[in-house]
Design a protein around this ligand. Structure first.
Ligand code: ATP
Length: 269
């Protein structure tokens, strides 16, 4: 049976405006991926070689997947997402074939962005990520073969994401491979305000809700935590009164009591 059937090609519906903050990361992705995909002839004319692969690194829940989807969408490209561990398990015994088919599918559906999430699980320098390091090494080698075979100016772009850049196989980070590294920062107060705005934009907010105050009081929260706070505030409101018309500050404060930042490990990045 062909593994091809299992490769899902999507057109993401995430745009830059659905992502709060991360202005530097957005700009770098535009330059590394959107411009070359949309204007290859301009790059040719100027003799500029865009990066083949882009690595997004940052804490869990900071928006790496969102960024990859948004840049595909804004580049009018298709999107194939592959989780590292899936490569090792989904195609047991056929992992290398899986990698080949992902790239083949991408070329067929081009322009396409391939997103390798949790890349550290296969590209672990210590070889202790995927269990069977023989398979892991073969998958990495196949990935390197595919990347090395890619044209520099082409209609397939690759993005990988990790929260452990320190353990990635150095072979993958070499020039001509994942050689553009973009840090996805934990949000500061300004970033958190932008994220609160994104996740409350379709919510009826009471006049007493001060998003600035919420942003100030959520030091250590990442995007995924802020999304959870907003969802929780709405749910707590409904739990008290299913006929409520709006969410008041009281419920945001309660939600912040309940949702604590899940990770706080930026020191390791
Ligand atoms: P992981 O490393 O756990 O895969 P990630 O960095 O890929 O995490 P995402 O999957 O992009 O994180 O984000 C998870 C959810 O958190 C998103 O669906 C979104 O709702 C919210 N989120 C994270 N960052 C942001 C952001 N900057 N702006 C708006 N929403 C965000």
């Amino acid at each position: 049976p062909s593994a091809l059937r299992e490769i899902l090609v999507q057109i993401p519906d995430i745009g830059w405006n659905d992502i709060g903050g991360l202005d530097d990361a957005k700009q770098e992705l535009k330059e590394a991926i959107e411009w070359p995909l949309k204007h290859p002839e301009t790059f040719e004319k100027f003799g500029v070689k865009p990066p083949k692969g882009t690595l997004l690194f940052g804490s869990p829940g900071t928006g790496k997947t969102l960024l990859a989807k948004a840049v595909a969408n804004e580049s009018e490209a298709n999107f194939i997402t592959v989780k590292g561990p899936e490569l090792l398990s989904k195609w047991v015994g056929e992992s290398e074939k899986g990698v080949r088919e992902i790239f083949r599918k991408a070329r067929q559906t081009a322009p396409t962005v391939i997103f390798f999430d949790e890349i550290d699980s296969i590209a672990n320098a210590r070889g202790d990520g995927g269990g069977d390091s023989g398979v892991t090494q073969r998958v990495v080698n196949q990935l390197l073969t595919e990347i090395d075979g890619m044209e520099e100016l082409r209609d397939v772009a690759i993005i990988a994401a990790t929260n452990r850049p320190d353990i990635i196989d150095p072979g993958l980070m070499r020039p001509g491979r994942f050689d553009r590294h973009i840090k996805v920062e934990n949000p500061n107060e300004k970033g958190r305000l932008a994220i609160f705005k994104v996740h409350s934009k379709d919510m009826p907010l009471a006049k007493d809700v001060k998003l600035e105050k919420l942003a100030k009081n959520t030091d250590g929260y990442v995007g995924a935590d802020i999304e959870a706070v907003c969802r929780e505030a709405a749910m707590l409101t409904l739990r008290d009164n299913l006929e409520a018309e709006e969410v008041t500050m009281k419920y945001f404060n309660k939600a912040m009591e309940k949702v604590k930042p899940a990770y706080n490990s930026e020191e390791t990045l």
